[in-house]
Design a protein around this ligand. Structure first.
Ligand SMILES: [Zn+2]
Length: 331
């Protein structure tokens, strides 16, 4: 993912947003007594668990560098597919081909898709990319060597797999699609459309003909310590009502320190290509600060497990879980 035209400001007054909030705490298991012991058991059955999400990041990193065309990439892809299969009603293993923008060589592209309630007409799309960047171009040391991408890739996938585990336990009538896009992070900022190859491929080859959803949420870099998420310009232009609603849910849950009502510039990420192909309005929950930009470990060798904080995973995971059970009114 790359950012363009980064500019800032426009703090949004909260009172403007209150109308839009349909938030209600509908998804607590009220029949379980609220003792500490039972709450822990309940949390294992239903409830976003940041410990599980953290382990899911560790697991992805255990395959090594998830670079398209490598053995680690194929092995991780197969594991992700089997993980989705455990929880979702229908799964799709989309196998495509692309071209590596760095050397012009062909690469496999594996988009992994898991659906709940595949026949439901009202659908929400959640997505993240699962590949890892093949070089550390923002690092002073060893910039040509690959990065582990604990945050930039594995964190969003982990949150979505933990969402899937929850949706297996607690049913929703909504159609939910989880897409793990491949080949997002091979790009070169000087080459147009060289990022997000997996979502571009999916846009040309929808897993279901004429696929659509009411809206989409992309997670990218959602596990970093003290991460701040702001209103990215493409999201704001195409899906403002979803931003408002999602940030309001986060506020109600007490995550205002992460989800800030501030606007930032446009970021080229998978949500842009999903929107271009399908016109599904989609937001990007992405760590980006209006002052310092991406995190200091972004596209460096420091994007490893030490960069991950369970509090951030919890804030994002809990917010999107509540979003499923408290969706916005559709305009
Ligand atoms: Zn990246």
């Amino acid at each position: 993912m790359k950012n363009r035209r980064v500019f800032l400001v426009l703090s949004v007054a909260l009172f403007v947003l209150l109308d839009a909030c349909q938030f209600a705490n509908q998804n607590t298991e009220t029949e379980i007594p609220e003792t500490e012991e039972l709450a822990i058991i309940s949390n294992k059955v239903y409830g976003f668990d940041a410990n599980i999400a953290f382990e899911l990041i560790e697991k992805q990193l255990s395959f090594g560098f998830r670079i398209p065309g490598t053995n680690a990439h194929k092995q991780c892809s197969d594991w992700l597919f089997s993980s989705l299969k455990k929880y979702c009603d229908t799964v799709y293993y989309q196998k495509g081909k692309g071209v590596n923008p760095n050397d012009g060589k062909p690469i496999p592209i594996y988009n992994l898709i898991g659906s709940f309630n595949p026949k439901a007409n009202t659908r929400i799309l959640f997505a993240s990319h699962w590949d890892s960047r093949p070089f550390a171009d923002q690092d002073d040391k060893n910039p040509t060597l690959p990065i582990l991408a604990a945050n930039d890739g594995a964190s969003g996938v982990a949150v979505l797999l933990e969402l899937a585990r929850n949706l297996k336990q607690k049913k929703t009538a909504l159609g939910i699609d989880i897409i793990l896009f491949d080949a997002e992070d091979l790009g070169n900022a000087k080459i147009e459309n060289s990022f997000c190859l997996g979502s571009q491929y999916w846009g040309r080859n929808l897993h279901v003909p004429n696929y659509t959803a009411k809206f989409g949420v992309l997670l990218d870099m959602v596990g970093g310590k003290d991460a701040r998420f702001m209103w990215e310009e493409n999201s704001n232009a195409n899906a403002n009502w979803i931003l408002v609603h999602t940030w309001q849910i986060a506020k109600e849950l007490g995550y205002e320190n992460h989800f800030q009502f501030k606007a930032i510039g446009a970021i080229t990420d998978d949500h842009k290509y999903v929107y271009e192909a399908t016109k599904i309005p989609m937001i990007d929950i992405i760590q980006y600060d209006e002052v310092s930009g991406f995190a200091p470990y972004w596209h460096t060798h420091d994007d490893n497990l030490l960069a991950i904080d369970k509090n951030t995973l919890n804030a994002v995971g809990n917010t999107i879980l509540h979003l499923v059970f408290n969706p916005p009114k559709y305009p």
